[in-house]
Design a protein around this ligand. Sequence first.
Ligand code: SF4
Length: 427
Amino acid sequence: MLTLLMITPENKEINRFRVKQYNNFTQLTMPYLAGFVPAEFKITLIDEYSQAVPFEKFDLVAITVNTPNAPHVYQMAHKFRKLGAWVVIGGPHVTLLPEEASVYADTIFVGEAEETWPEFLRHFLDGKQERLYRCDYPPDLIGLPIPRRDLIAGHRFTSGSVFASRGCPYNCSYCCLKNIYHQQFRTRPVNEVIEDIKNIPNKHFVFWDDNFFADAEYTKKLLCSMQSLNRKWAAQVNAHSCKDKELLSLAQNSGCIYLFLGLESFSASSLKDANKEFNQVEQYADIVKLLHSFGISVQAGIVFGFDSDTADIFSHTLKHCESIGVDGVTASILTPYPGTELYIKYKKEGRLLSVDWSHFNGKTRVSFQPNHFTPQQLLDGYHQFRGSFYSWKNIINRLSKSRVNIIYNLLINIGYRQSFNKFFSGQ
Ligand code: SF4
């Protein structure tokens, strides 16, 4: 039997930042791709979030690559090639920069892998594998295999994830989805998603979709079919879809606990910078209130560093997050991923500060020259915002106001607080 190692990578710097957070759900890509692997292979699945990579002899090593992990993956690929493995890499960074990636692996996958990964495996069994597998169109999401969740180590509260759709119809300036998913939003058949959910061993799971409410009519059909499953779930959605009360009622009745809303900013001009004018700041408070009335908590996505952001953006955002009553915030530093509109603009303007992809992680580094402050001021302001938002005083204030899913909110807030403290204590 051939040995296959499949790795979800995470470099040490990002891991140190994330590891104490309680809402880090297991990455689905590798368990999902493992579902395509025929019986001739013995699979070892490693997620570096919680496991060490075994640098031993494998016949085949497959690694998915996002931009901040690229240098780390290239190093791992080098080690495994020296140990005699055939190393294949794919994922967003490889699709964005195939020429760069091809230097570091025996085979690369460009584009989505539903058709090319099984084709490669057949070729590998015949000893006829090629150097490049490319999918230039959006493959069908029908008849997909059930992910190999049995290979995921441990039974953490956060090990359940599933996807119902792929892509997003919007076009935000900093988002690389359109470069990797052909700008075509697609959904899976409802009955297949339901079977997939039934296979999740945990009561709690997350939809790994980029924008779960992008097609509200599809989502309503899916949520109707989920009513009897007795599960608890979370998803990432766009804020303006949350004005649809029928959608929210179905979400509540099918077990939705919290929604991640990409609010991004409380500044209309910064939203304009982001091509995200469909977010209306004056509607945020009503949307949060409406979600709370359906028993759904709100985790807001916030990004700092847009060209219109000035030095008061951090205090301004903190004040507004507290006043509209979000239950948690996932804050990030604006990051120009390769291929995005933002990357092209900053490159043209000579504002990219690093050629080290590990700096493009949105959490621990600033990778571009901001407009109204220095990179250090952006980093410091971002950390100060996180420290203040997750201070005990503010956590208690929030919980006493929201009164929705108090135990979950407390856990998530404590997790973010711990990860912040751990990162700065350097442990
Ligand atoms: S709404 Fe979110 S997923 Fe969609 S393009 Fe914008 S950032 Fe990307």
